[in-house]
Design a protein around this ligand. Structure first.
Ligand code: MLT
Length: 259
């Protein structure tokens, strides 16, 4: 694995071949994909950024998911990557939709893991604002306590190493970056109507025990995408690449091999 900085963004990279950019979920960081980065995915050049304010990337001014999409595209420019498979987990999926809106001509394929196309309802938006204010006042420790049990499925929740890795990522995120991401997610547009235009191969993956973006949301997304394949992963919750890395690797290898 290689690690470097591009334009203030910390990037982990592994392998050579088809460029596959994987964007992390909220409120974790690129270490979500560490098991994949350790082993690699045959045929893929994995590129994993830490979004501003998460992991080893400093906070930056972010007002919408488009700012994160810009960061992803700047990373690709810096890597000399013109076209790539764009993928993400949960918030990383929302950002994948934003990348598509900005630069569909650069996207050769999509990997959508534990995510959904719809926007937030008003109640969820209000809840995100309350959480953002609390994070700004108290930091991120409370968020780790609240979120670890929701992010992980029943099988991995009791695995101390996985739970600890998630807790560490959440507590190491900056309060400013975490609050910005909450507000950016609340403001995101509904991507449902865009799905029909995403005429590239798409791999949709969901943990069978995902409580945040459950399998029906993945089914709906896969049905609306013109060239999709849906995979439901047993024993995983909302962070499938970390909870079921072998299965995720197998699915990615098959997807990459189809190009
Ligand atoms: C994530 O995992 O990125 C978040 O849980 C997504 C969300 O809060 O909508």
């Amino acid at each position: 694995m290689r690690e470097h900085e591009i334009d203030g963004i910390h990037v982990r990279e592994q392998g050579s071949g088809l460029p596959v950019v994987l964007v992390h979920a909220f409120p974790v960081d690129g270490r979500l994909y560490e098991p994949l980065l350790r082993s690699g995915v045959p045929g893929a050049r994995l590129v994993v950024p830490d979004l501003p304010g998460f992991g080893s990337s400093a906070s930056a001014h972010v007002t919408s998911l488009d700012d994160y999409a810009d960061a992803v595209l700047r990373v690709c420019d810096g890597e000399g990557i013109d076209r790539f498979v764009c993928g993400g987990t949960s918030m990383g999926g929302y950002i994948t939709f934003a990348v598509w809106r900005h630069a569909p001509e650069r996207v050769d394929g999509l990997v959508l893991m534990d995510t959904r196309a719809g926007a937030d309802a008003d109640e969820a938006r209000a809840g995100r604002e309350q959480t953002a204010q609390r994070v700004e006042a108290e930091g991120t420790a409370f968020l780790a306590e609240e979120m670890v049990p929701k992010l992980l499925g029943p099988r991995t929740r009791t695995e101390p190493e996985i739970a600890e890795a998630v807790r560490t990522m959440i507590t190491e995120a900056t309060p400013a970056g975490t609050a910005s991401a909450l507000r950016a997610m609340a403001a995101r547009p509904d991507a449902t109507d865009d799905l029909g235009s995403m005429n590239v191969p798409a791999l949709v993956v969901v943990g069978a025990d995902d409580e945040i973006t459950p399998p029906p949301a993945a089914h709906a997304m896969a049905d609306a995408l013109p060239r999709s394949r849906l995979e439901v992963v047993d024993g995983a919750g909302h962070l499938t690449p970390l909870e079921a890395p072998d299965e995720t690797r197998r699915l990615l290898e098959g997807f990459v091999g189809s190009f």
